[in-house]
Design a protein around this ligand. Structure first.
Ligand code: PXL
Length: 446
């Protein structure tokens, strides 16, 4: 459960918390304390949820859905603090407190006369509290200029009743090259230190929420505080590295980066691998393999370069009665067929998979009779294009799609020292295999 403020720009607050929970595989419930009217430059207005309604959200949700961990973000007013204290005072599971006092743009997110209440009533609830340098200074009344000051401040905050304190070193006004984050458990133990090189990016928004929400998620999954600290630190470092310019102000951290990136790449590899296995079993496919061998590729959505396109490492080989594949698919494994995809997707973004097969009159007839085809002639290719390895294909595929933007097969008749070739495109490897099956049916039967 997160108890926090809504950020209409969706970079911080409730929105950041829920994205983080989801990215890390835990279910989150959301109890809203305040609404902010916000963009990447400023907060223009804040509405505190009426206390009676706030209380009802909390009670109704808790009654039915028991949280493994609760995270507290913006609480804003004394009345909200009082309600949180009275309802969660004897909550048994961990509470993670993110002591949000100001927005990055300098707007107060805890009103003046609530600060003392926050200190005395909320901090003792904390299994862990996660101040940045500025918040640690305000809570401890200690000016922090070095690591020793961080320890003194943490000690004060432990005295206020938090069981663990993480002081995040990123908001260092002198912007030292190394960023130190420290976890202080009890005073007898050495703090746990994590050091990162400072990322050379501008100001960002949302990482504080991502961090405390990540700690809450890892605790909920059963990791201890030290493990959760390490895992959250790495997670937020990546979210920060993948920050995006969404508006015209600060960058927004990207807590979903691993879902966008890794899960899509995993699916691409798995589908291509399955299709290569099926191709290996397909009778007579060896008859379609050209002298220069075959590659079979599949791209993530909207590829930018070879590394976005998976292919077969070392190509598919004709053994006379069947084929051999190294059965290793990798991103960046194909130059030529990947170049075809990079060109084709400029005309039709859906054509993410392709394979090259031999070109002879019989195969061309079958393709022309069954599919939308286009072709190009390397005779018209200018010298500069011929010289660069791989660029002929890029040029040729573009020429062919200019003639027929609906093409699903493109062929060329070769050139001096260049074997004629057919490239079959599809939305995914399955569709490409289906086309191969159709071609083979006619090819083998006549
Ligand atoms: O980043 C702290 C934060 C938390 N919650 C809300 C916010 C902000 C910063 O602007 O708006 C709702």
């Amino acid at each position: 459960m997160t108890i926090a403020g809504s950020d209409s720009s969706a970079g911080a607050g409730i929105q950041a918390d829920l994205k983080t929970f989801s990215a890390l595989g835990v279910y989150g419930t959301t109890i809203i304390t305040t609404l902010t009217a916000q963009n990447t430059k400023t907060i223009s207005d804040i509405l505190v949820v009426p206390p009676k309604f706030f209380r009802n959200q909390l009670i109704t949700t808790l009654e039915d859905i028991k949280p493994d961990v609760i995270k507290l973000g913006v609480l804003y007013s004394k009345s909200i603090i009082k309600i949180v204290k009275s309802i969660l005072g004897d909550f048994k599971n961990p509470i993670v407190v993110d002591p949000v006092l100001y927005s990055g743009t300098g707007i107060k997110l805890l009103d003046e006369d609530s600060f003392e209440h926050f200190k005395w009533e909320i901090i003792p609830l904390a299994h862990v509290i996660t101040p940045n340098l500025r918040e640690a200074e305000l809570l401890s009344k200690i000016r922090i200029t070095n690591r020793h000051d961080m320890s003194k401040a943490a000690s004060q905050i432990l005295n206020l009743g938090a069981s663990n304190v993480v002081i995040k070193g990123g908001h260092d006004p002198t912007k030292r090259a190394k960023v130190m984050d420290l976890l202080f458990r009890d005073k007898t133990q050495e703090p746990q230190l994590i050091v990162h090189e400072r990322l050379e990016i501008g100001d960002t928004h949302g990482t504080g929420c991502n961090f405390s929400a990540a700690i809450a998620s890892f605790l909920a999954k059963g990791y201890n505080i030290s493990e959760s600290f390490q895992l959250s630190n790495s997670y937020v470092y990546e979210a920060l590295k993948n920050s995006k310019q969404i508006g015209n102000g600060v960058l927004l951290s990207n807590p979903l980066y691993n879902m966008y990136d890794n899960s899509e790449k995993f699916k691409v590899l798995a589908q291509l691998q399955a299709a290569v296995s099926n191709l290996e079993k397909m009778p007579n496919f060896f008859k379609l393999i050209p002298e220069t061998k075959t590659n079979f590729v599949y791209s993530i959505e909207r590829p930018k370069n070879f590394d976005d396109i998976a292919g077969v490492l070392g190509r598919l080989i004709d053994l006379g009665t069947n084929i051999r594949t190294p059965n290793v698919v990798q991103f960046g494994a194909s130059l030529h067929v990947s170049n075809a995809i990079l060109s084709a997707t400029k005309f039709n973004s859906l054509l993410r998979s392709a394979i090259n097969i031999r070109n002879n009159p019989n195969i061309i007839d079958i393709c022309e009779n069954n599919f939308r085809c286009s072709s190009y002639s390397r005779k018209y290719e200018i010298k500069e294009v011929k010289k660069t390895e791989g660029s002929s294909i890029k040029w040729g595929i573009s020429e062919a799609f200019k003639q027929n933007p609906d093409a699903e097969i493109v062929y060329h008749d070769g050139d001096f020292g260049k074997e004629p070739m057919v490239i079959i495109f599809g939305q995914d490897p399955k569709e490409v295999l289906e086309k191969i099956r159709i071609i083979l049916q006619y090819y083998v039967n006549n």
